[in-house]
Design a protein around this ligand. Structure first.
Ligand code: SF4
Length: 362
Protein backbone atom coordinates (compact mmCIF):
# COMPACT_ATOMS: atom_id res chain seq x y z
CA UNK A 1 0.00 0.00 0.00
CA UNK A 2 1.25 3.52 -0.64
CA UNK A 3 2.77 5.28 2.29
CA UNK A 4 2.01 8.80 3.37
CA UNK A 5 3.30 10.92 0.53
CA UNK A 6 1.61 14.25 0.93
CA UNK A 7 1.55 16.87 3.63
CA UNK A 8 -1.77 16.99 5.47
CA UNK A 9 -3.88 19.97 4.44
CA UNK A 10 -4.71 20.72 8.04
CA UNK A 11 -2.50 20.47 11.04
CA UNK A 12 -4.28 20.97 14.36
CA UNK A 13 -3.43 24.29 15.97
CA UNK A 14 -0.95 23.90 18.81
CA UNK A 15 -3.02 24.39 21.94
CA UNK A 16 -0.76 25.86 24.56
CA UNK A 17 -2.10 25.71 28.11
CA UNK A 18 -2.12 29.17 29.65
CA UNK A 19 -2.81 30.62 33.03
CA UNK A 20 -6.46 31.61 33.08
CA UNK A 21 -7.90 34.33 35.27
CA UNK A 22 -9.99 32.63 37.92
CA UNK A 23 -13.79 32.94 37.98
CA UNK A 24 -13.42 35.13 41.11
CA UNK A 25 -11.00 37.48 39.32
CA UNK A 26 -13.32 37.75 36.31
CA UNK A 27 -16.33 38.43 38.57
CA UNK A 28 -14.37 41.07 40.52
CA UNK A 29 -13.28 42.86 37.33
CA UNK A 30 -16.89 43.51 36.24
CA UNK A 31 -19.53 42.26 38.69
CA UNK A 32 -22.79 40.97 37.22
CA UNK A 33 -26.13 41.41 38.94
CA UNK A 34 -28.57 38.51 38.82
CA UNK A 35 -28.15 35.03 37.35
CA UNK A 36 -25.73 34.25 34.55
CA UNK A 37 -27.31 32.09 31.89
CA UNK A 38 -26.50 30.26 28.67
CA UNK A 39 -28.84 30.17 25.68
CA UNK A 40 -27.98 27.24 23.45
CA UNK A 41 -29.12 27.46 19.84
CA UNK A 42 -30.96 24.54 18.26
CA UNK A 43 -30.41 23.56 15.54
CA UNK A 44 -26.64 23.83 15.71
CA UNK A 45 -23.70 21.68 14.65
CA UNK A 46 -23.65 18.75 12.25
CA UNK A 47 -25.95 18.85 9.25
CA UNK A 48 -26.94 15.79 7.24
CA UNK A 49 -24.44 16.54 4.45
CA UNK A 50 -21.49 16.81 6.84
CA UNK A 51 -22.54 13.74 8.77
CA UNK A 52 -22.78 11.75 5.53
CA UNK A 53 -19.35 12.92 4.34
CA UNK A 54 -17.63 12.10 7.64
CA UNK A 55 -19.30 8.69 7.81
CA UNK A 56 -18.26 8.08 4.20
CA UNK A 57 -14.58 8.48 5.14
CA UNK A 58 -15.01 6.39 8.29
CA UNK A 59 -16.70 3.61 6.31
CA UNK A 60 -14.10 3.81 3.55
CA UNK A 61 -11.34 3.36 6.16
CA UNK A 62 -13.25 0.45 7.68
CA UNK A 63 -13.95 -1.38 4.42
CA UNK A 64 -10.96 -0.50 2.22
CA UNK A 65 -8.36 0.04 4.97
CA UNK A 66 -5.94 2.94 5.41
CA UNK A 67 -4.80 5.01 3.75
CA UNK A 68 -7.86 6.63 2.26
CA UNK A 69 -7.04 9.86 0.45
CA UNK A 70 -9.41 12.81 0.73
CA UNK A 71 -9.26 15.76 -1.65
CA UNK A 72 -9.43 18.93 0.48
CA UNK A 73 -10.79 18.89 4.00
CA UNK A 74 -13.75 16.51 3.99
CA UNK A 75 -15.64 19.18 5.94
CA UNK A 76 -14.30 22.50 7.18
CA UNK A 77 -13.47 21.58 10.76
CA UNK A 78 -10.00 21.22 12.25
CA UNK A 79 -11.11 18.71 14.89
CA UNK A 80 -12.90 16.41 12.43
CA UNK A 81 -9.99 16.47 9.99
CA UNK A 82 -7.38 15.67 12.62
CA UNK A 83 -9.49 12.81 14.05
CA UNK A 84 -9.79 11.25 10.58
CA UNK A 85 -6.08 11.77 9.95
CA UNK A 86 -5.37 9.84 13.13
CA UNK A 87 -7.44 6.96 11.73
CA UNK A 88 -5.56 6.81 8.43
CA UNK A 89 -7.12 9.41 6.14
CA UNK A 90 -4.65 11.48 4.12
CA UNK A 91 -5.89 14.90 3.12
CA UNK A 92 -4.48 16.36 -0.08
CA UNK A 93 -5.08 19.55 -2.01
CA UNK A 94 -5.33 17.98 -5.46
CA UNK A 95 -5.78 14.58 -7.03
CA UNK A 96 -2.28 14.67 -8.53
CA UNK A 97 -0.96 14.14 -4.99
CA UNK A 98 -2.80 10.80 -4.81
CA UNK A 99 -0.83 7.73 -5.95
CA UNK A 100 -2.13 6.19 -9.21
CA UNK A 101 -4.91 3.68 -8.59
CA UNK A 102 -5.50 4.72 -4.95
CA UNK A 103 -8.86 5.53 -3.39
CA UNK A 104 -9.83 9.19 -3.04
CA UNK A 105 -12.90 10.74 -1.45
CA UNK A 106 -14.24 14.04 -2.77
CA UNK A 107 -15.28 16.39 0.03
CA UNK A 108 -18.79 17.56 0.96
CA UNK A 109 -18.20 20.87 -0.86
CA UNK A 110 -18.21 19.24 -4.29
CA UNK A 111 -15.82 19.19 -7.22
CA UNK A 112 -15.83 20.51 -10.75
CA UNK A 113 -15.97 18.14 -13.75
CA UNK A 114 -12.28 18.93 -14.33
CA UNK A 115 -11.40 17.36 -10.98
CA UNK A 116 -13.45 14.25 -11.77
CA UNK A 117 -11.66 14.01 -15.13
CA UNK A 118 -8.25 14.40 -13.54
CA UNK A 119 -9.05 11.56 -11.10
CA UNK A 120 -10.14 9.39 -14.02
CA UNK A 121 -6.95 10.22 -15.92
CA UNK A 122 -4.93 9.04 -12.93
CA UNK A 123 -6.95 5.87 -12.67
CA UNK A 124 -8.06 6.74 -9.15
CA UNK A 125 -10.93 4.98 -7.44
CA UNK A 126 -13.31 7.65 -6.19
CA UNK A 127 -16.05 8.10 -3.63
CA UNK A 128 -17.99 11.29 -4.13
CA UNK A 129 -19.10 12.68 -0.75
CA UNK A 130 -20.45 15.91 -2.25
CA UNK A 131 -23.51 16.96 -0.26
CA UNK A 132 -26.65 16.23 -2.30
CA UNK A 133 -27.71 19.84 -1.74
CA UNK A 134 -24.52 21.05 -3.40
CA UNK A 135 -25.06 18.57 -6.23
CA UNK A 136 -28.50 20.11 -6.70
CA UNK A 137 -26.88 23.51 -7.36
CA UNK A 138 -24.42 21.89 -9.81
CA UNK A 139 -27.35 20.40 -11.72
CA UNK A 140 -29.07 23.78 -11.85
CA UNK A 141 -25.89 25.34 -13.24
CA UNK A 142 -25.64 22.70 -15.98
CA UNK A 143 -29.34 22.97 -16.86
CA UNK A 144 -29.43 26.76 -17.12
CA UNK A 145 -26.12 26.93 -18.96
CA UNK A 146 -27.48 24.44 -21.52
CA UNK A 147 -30.53 26.65 -21.93
CA UNK A 148 -28.20 29.52 -22.82
CA UNK A 149 -28.66 31.56 -19.63
CA UNK A 150 -25.94 33.52 -17.92
CA UNK A 151 -25.58 32.44 -14.29
CA UNK A 152 -24.81 34.99 -11.61
CA UNK A 153 -23.36 32.77 -8.89
CA UNK A 154 -23.57 34.54 -5.53
CA UNK A 155 -20.77 33.22 -3.36
CA UNK A 156 -17.24 33.66 -2.17
CA UNK A 157 -14.67 33.37 -4.91
CA UNK A 158 -12.01 30.83 -3.98
CA UNK A 159 -14.34 28.81 -1.73
CA UNK A 160 -14.22 25.15 -2.76
CA UNK A 161 -17.96 24.93 -3.26
CA UNK A 162 -17.98 27.97 -5.56
CA UNK A 163 -15.04 26.57 -7.54
CA UNK A 164 -16.96 23.32 -8.03
CA UNK A 165 -20.22 24.95 -9.13
CA UNK A 166 -18.42 27.48 -11.34
CA UNK A 167 -16.52 24.62 -12.97
CA UNK A 168 -19.78 23.09 -14.22
CA UNK A 169 -20.32 25.94 -16.65
CA UNK A 170 -17.41 28.40 -16.57
CA UNK A 171 -18.34 30.12 -19.83
CA UNK A 172 -21.81 30.88 -18.55
CA UNK A 173 -21.03 31.80 -14.95
CA UNK A 174 -20.02 35.02 -13.23
CA UNK A 175 -19.31 35.00 -9.50
CA UNK A 176 -20.84 37.83 -7.49
CA UNK A 177 -19.09 38.13 -4.14
CA UNK A 178 -20.92 40.99 -2.46
CA UNK A 179 -23.36 43.91 -2.86
CA UNK A 180 -20.64 46.10 -4.39
CA UNK A 181 -20.07 43.57 -7.17
CA UNK A 182 -23.83 43.26 -7.68
CA UNK A 183 -23.84 46.98 -8.50
CA UNK A 184 -21.19 46.66 -11.19
CA UNK A 185 -21.44 43.17 -12.67
CA UNK A 186 -21.83 43.20 -16.46
CA UNK A 187 -24.18 40.81 -18.20
CA UNK A 188 -24.56 39.80 -21.82
CA UNK A 189 -28.33 39.54 -22.09
CA UNK A 190 -30.39 40.86 -19.15
CA UNK A 191 -33.33 38.75 -20.31
CA UNK A 192 -31.44 35.45 -20.05
CA UNK A 193 -30.15 35.69 -16.55
CA UNK A 194 -30.50 33.54 -13.44
CA UNK A 195 -28.94 33.76 -10.00
CA UNK A 196 -27.75 30.74 -8.05
CA UNK A 197 -25.83 30.72 -4.78
CA UNK A 198 -23.37 28.99 -2.52
CA UNK A 199 -25.26 26.91 0.07
CA UNK A 200 -23.69 28.46 3.17
CA UNK A 201 -24.18 32.21 2.75
CA UNK A 202 -25.91 34.73 4.97
CA UNK A 203 -29.58 34.58 4.00
CA UNK A 204 -29.98 38.33 4.56
CA UNK A 205 -26.89 39.38 2.62
CA UNK A 206 -27.84 37.13 -0.28
CA UNK A 207 -31.28 38.71 -0.44
CA UNK A 208 -29.66 42.16 -0.38
CA UNK A 209 -27.50 41.15 -3.36
CA UNK A 210 -30.50 39.73 -5.21
CA UNK A 211 -32.46 42.94 -4.61
CA UNK A 212 -29.63 45.00 -6.11
CA UNK A 213 -29.37 42.66 -9.09
CA UNK A 214 -33.12 42.70 -9.66
CA UNK A 215 -33.20 46.50 -9.62
CA UNK A 216 -30.62 46.44 -12.39
CA UNK A 217 -32.02 43.41 -14.23
CA UNK A 218 -35.78 43.13 -13.65
CA UNK A 219 -36.05 39.88 -15.61
CA UNK A 220 -33.50 38.10 -13.42
CA UNK A 221 -34.76 34.57 -12.82
CA UNK A 222 -34.80 32.94 -9.35
CA UNK A 223 -33.38 29.45 -8.77
CA UNK A 224 -36.03 26.70 -8.90
CA UNK A 225 -35.64 26.24 -5.11
CA UNK A 226 -33.50 27.83 -2.39
CA UNK A 227 -29.80 27.17 -2.86
CA UNK A 228 -28.90 28.27 0.67
CA UNK A 229 -29.48 24.97 2.41
CA UNK A 230 -31.85 24.13 5.26
CA UNK A 231 -28.95 23.72 7.71
CA UNK A 232 -27.47 27.15 7.00
CA UNK A 233 -30.88 28.86 7.20
CA UNK A 234 -31.89 27.03 10.38
CA UNK A 235 -28.64 27.82 12.22
CA UNK A 236 -28.91 31.48 11.27
CA UNK A 237 -32.58 31.62 12.35
CA UNK A 238 -31.68 30.11 15.74
CA UNK A 239 -28.91 32.61 16.47
CA UNK A 240 -31.11 35.50 15.31
CA UNK A 241 -33.55 34.55 18.06
CA UNK A 242 -30.86 34.45 20.75
CA UNK A 243 -28.66 37.37 19.70
CA UNK A 244 -30.84 40.26 20.95
CA UNK A 245 -30.65 38.85 24.52
CA UNK A 246 -26.97 37.94 24.42
CA UNK A 247 -24.12 39.97 25.88
CA UNK A 248 -21.78 37.51 24.26
CA UNK A 249 -22.20 34.87 21.52
CA UNK A 250 -19.70 32.06 21.11
CA UNK A 251 -19.75 30.26 17.77
CA UNK A 252 -17.83 27.01 17.61
CA UNK A 253 -16.43 26.40 14.14
CA UNK A 254 -13.29 26.69 12.04
CA UNK A 255 -12.05 29.84 10.33
CA UNK A 256 -12.56 28.34 6.86
CA UNK A 257 -16.13 27.24 7.66
CA UNK A 258 -18.30 29.66 5.76
CA UNK A 259 -21.43 29.01 7.76
CA UNK A 260 -19.60 29.35 11.10
CA UNK A 261 -18.17 32.72 10.09
CA UNK A 262 -21.62 33.82 8.91
CA UNK A 263 -23.07 32.92 12.33
CA UNK A 264 -20.73 35.42 14.01
CA UNK A 265 -21.78 38.13 11.56
CA UNK A 266 -25.48 37.34 11.96
CA UNK A 267 -25.21 37.36 15.78
CA UNK A 268 -23.65 40.84 15.73
CA UNK A 269 -26.15 42.10 13.20
CA UNK A 270 -29.08 40.91 15.33
CA UNK A 271 -27.95 42.59 18.54
CA UNK A 272 -25.34 40.48 20.32
CA UNK A 273 -22.98 42.85 22.14
CA UNK A 274 -20.01 40.70 21.19
CA UNK A 275 -19.53 37.51 19.18
CA UNK A 276 -16.49 35.32 18.68
CA UNK A 277 -15.68 32.17 16.74
CA UNK A 278 -13.48 29.51 18.33
CA UNK A 279 -12.35 26.07 17.20
CA UNK A 280 -12.03 24.79 20.74
CA UNK A 281 -13.17 25.84 24.23
CA UNK A 282 -9.61 26.59 25.29
CA UNK A 283 -9.46 29.46 22.78
CA UNK A 284 -12.11 31.29 24.78
CA UNK A 285 -10.67 34.29 26.58
CA UNK A 286 -12.21 34.50 30.03
CA UNK A 287 -12.10 38.31 29.92
CA UNK A 288 -14.96 38.00 27.40
CA UNK A 289 -17.13 37.02 30.42
CA UNK A 290 -16.59 40.28 32.31
CA UNK A 291 -19.94 41.95 32.95
CA UNK A 292 -21.75 39.27 30.95
CA UNK A 293 -25.08 37.84 32.13
CA UNK A 294 -26.23 35.99 29.02
CA UNK A 295 -24.05 33.95 26.69
CA UNK A 296 -25.44 32.54 23.45
CA UNK A 297 -23.76 29.40 22.13
CA UNK A 298 -24.01 27.82 18.72
CA UNK A 299 -21.89 25.94 16.20
CA UNK A 300 -21.44 25.67 12.46
CA UNK A 301 -22.73 22.79 10.37
CA UNK A 302 -19.39 20.96 10.41
CA UNK A 303 -18.94 20.94 14.19
CA UNK A 304 -19.38 17.79 16.29
CA UNK A 305 -21.37 18.16 19.49
CA UNK A 306 -18.44 17.12 21.68
CA UNK A 307 -16.87 20.56 21.09
CA UNK A 308 -20.02 22.30 22.34
CA UNK A 309 -19.86 20.16 25.48
CA UNK A 310 -16.36 21.53 26.21
CA UNK A 311 -17.62 25.12 25.87
CA UNK A 312 -20.56 24.48 28.20
CA UNK A 313 -18.24 22.97 30.81
CA UNK A 314 -16.00 26.03 30.70
CA UNK A 315 -18.99 28.36 31.02
CA UNK A 316 -20.21 26.43 34.01
CA UNK A 317 -16.78 26.83 35.68
CA UNK A 318 -17.22 30.59 35.30
CA UNK A 319 -20.59 30.61 37.04
CA UNK A 320 -22.99 30.32 34.10
CA UNK A 321 -26.02 28.17 34.87
CA UNK A 322 -27.27 25.15 32.99
CA UNK A 323 -27.78 25.83 29.29
CA UNK A 324 -31.31 26.59 28.18
CA UNK A 325 -31.94 25.32 24.65
CA UNK A 326 -33.69 27.75 22.30
CA UNK A 327 -35.31 25.62 19.62
CA UNK A 328 -36.37 27.29 16.39
CA UNK A 329 -36.63 24.25 14.11
CA UNK A 330 -36.45 20.49 14.14
CA UNK A 331 -34.20 18.61 11.74
CA UNK A 332 -34.53 14.99 10.76
CA UNK A 333 -33.02 14.98 7.28
CA UNK A 334 -31.04 11.88 6.32
CA UNK A 335 -28.92 11.31 3.24
CA UNK A 336 -27.85 7.88 2.12
CA UNK A 337 -24.15 7.19 1.64
CA UNK A 338 -22.40 7.84 -1.70
CA UNK A 339 -23.40 5.18 -4.20
CA UNK A 340 -19.84 3.87 -4.72
CA UNK A 341 -19.66 3.11 -1.01
CA UNK A 342 -23.16 1.65 -0.75
CA UNK A 343 -22.21 -1.03 -3.25
CA UNK A 344 -19.12 -1.92 -1.22
CA UNK A 345 -21.09 -2.02 2.04
CA UNK A 346 -23.72 -4.24 0.47
CA UNK A 347 -21.02 -6.64 -0.65
CA UNK A 348 -19.64 -6.68 2.90
CA UNK A 349 -23.07 -7.17 4.49
CA UNK A 350 -22.89 -3.76 6.24
CA UNK A 351 -26.41 -2.35 6.25
CA UNK A 352 -25.56 1.31 7.12
CA UNK A 353 -27.79 2.79 4.42
CA UNK A 354 -29.77 5.75 5.72
CA UNK A 355 -27.34 8.20 7.22
CA UNK A 356 -26.95 11.78 8.27
CA UNK A 357 -28.48 13.62 11.21
CA UNK A 358 -26.57 11.50 13.75
CA UNK A 359 -26.99 14.34 16.20
CA UNK A 360 -30.67 15.10 16.28
CA UNK A 361 -31.86 18.20 18.03
CA UNK A 362 -35.09 19.92 18.75
S1 SF4 B 1 -24.17 22.95 5.13
FE1 SF4 B 1 -25.88 22.43 3.79
S2 SF4 B 1 -24.99 22.15 1.76
FE2 SF4 B 1 -23.31 22.10 3.25
S3 SF4 B 1 -23.06 19.94 3.73
FE3 SF4 B 1 -24.49 20.74 5.23
S4 SF4 B 1 -26.54 20.35 4.35
FE4 SF4 B 1 -25.04 20.15 2.72
Amino acid sequence: MPTRSAAPVSVPMPRIPRQRRSPAEVAAAAPVEGPQRVLLAAPRGYCAGVDRAVIAVEKALEHYGAPVYVRKQIVHNVHVVSELEARGAIFVEETDEVPEGALVVFSAHGVSPAVVQSAEDRNLRTIDATCPLVTKVHREAVRFARAGSQILLIGHEGHEEVEGTYGEAPEHTTVVNNPAEARTVQVEDPDKLIWLSQTTLSVDETMEIVTILRERFPNLQDPPSDDICYATSNRQAAIKKIAPDADLVIVVGSANSSNSVRLVEVALEYGARAAYRVDFADEIDETWFEGVSTVGVTSGASVPEVLIGDVLRLLSEYGFGEAEEVVTAEEDILFSLPKELRAKLKEAGDDSRGLGGRVKQG
